[in-house]
Design a protein around this ligand. Sequence first.
Ligand code: BES
Ligand code: ZN
Length: 457
Amino acid sequence: MKNIETYIESEYPRFEKDFFEFLRIPSISTDPAYKEEVKAAAQWVADLLTRIGLKPELVATQRHPLVYAETPKVPDAPTVMIYGHFDVQPPDPLDQWKTPPFEPTVRGDNVFARGATDDKGQFLTHVFAVEALLKSGEPLPFQIKMIFEGEEEDGSESIEAFVSENTGKLACDCLIVSDSTMFGPGKPAITYGLRGIAAFELFLTGPNHDLHSGIFGGSVYNPAIALSKMLSQLIDEKGRVQIPGFYDKVVPISEREGQQFADLPFDEKEFFEGLGLVTGFGEEGYTTLERRWARPTFDINGLTSGYQGDGSKTVLPSTASAKITFRLVPNQTPDDVYKNLEAFLQKICPPGIKMRLQFQHGSGGLLVPLDSPYVDAAEKALQETFACPPVFVRDGGSIPIIAFMSEKLKADVLLLGWGYDDDNLHAPNEKFSLTSFRHGIHASVRLFRQIAGMKKP
Ligand code: BES
Ligand code: ZN
């Protein structure tokens, strides 16, 4: 073990160099203009895996490629699978970045770039840990599989098909994922729940072309007004979603879990101050952590209508549209939300306005059982690395494919985030702490060492 740690420390400058090179690839999966860049990122990952001694497959799919690799089978020992995603969110708004999003820049302990924490830096920790194990010269005491996709930020359709068609090949006992957050700097966490998501785009059309708002205003329904009225009816002043049936299947927060959340050292004031706010907002009767981790929500992610340029323009726009998402908790389903939302929007759509609701993607919420030997192993590995016991948390983000993979492959799930809540995921100036990066590599090696002592379940 000792030489593995020494190997990591001596190679660390190169790990950073590789990581930064990876960050230069603008692998934006949601924008078709970046298709080749997503492919380049897949190739980069495959090349890295080849360099560490594996024989990766670059799998072409209907959309973006994915990368798969495995080490040799080890009889009677467990098999673990590492999952990660090499695609990133669009970097917009560009003018708010202090340094360009695809030119990784170190300031203090952080590297700033799109994808730094979500998820390039986080999943690379496991790849470098595997490299360190392989280079130690000793045979691996258990089998490691790795799957990396390029569509996580866009619904994970291709990997879903790949997993469905290859359950035998991908069989594993434990799925290890680092694509979430720690509880705070130096405070490791084991995440046992994620929210699901249902994403839509709503298109409204009024008159068949843009109109002069003086000549026509007041005589036809303005689609932008229709859009704002319809959207505002989806949620009330108490933060309750107003779609009939929305809460029907929601699993309530137990008293015990509510108490566990309340016992966490979460400083509400500091949290909102960090966001430049004096107070939060959310569903009445729930704490901030409950609202973020265990209650469903509605959000508007983008609004488009009328004139967006400088200065004014007296236009009555012909169309208006909105990108909207719901975060879901167990046992809500995207299908139910779609059905109920469509019926409700049809009902409240004003006269003279045509609506079209397009379903984008969806996945259910996830709750991971904690009575797994891998959770015990992770607890020890995190304690050793951070000199602090991990806390058990849920998180509000979604990793759509995890529930599906864990069910199909009958694998336990370990969600070990190395990021921080203030890493600016999906926002300008995304960052990742280099201390986290280094700790993540060591924690991963320590986790593998724990697993090495385990028998196949
Ligand atoms: N890494 C995030 C998910 C996440 C972030 C989980 C923080 C827990 C804590 C992931 O890359 C992500 O952003 N997922 C999307 C999925 C969606 C586009 C289908 C999300 O949650 O918005
Ligand atoms: Zn993300």
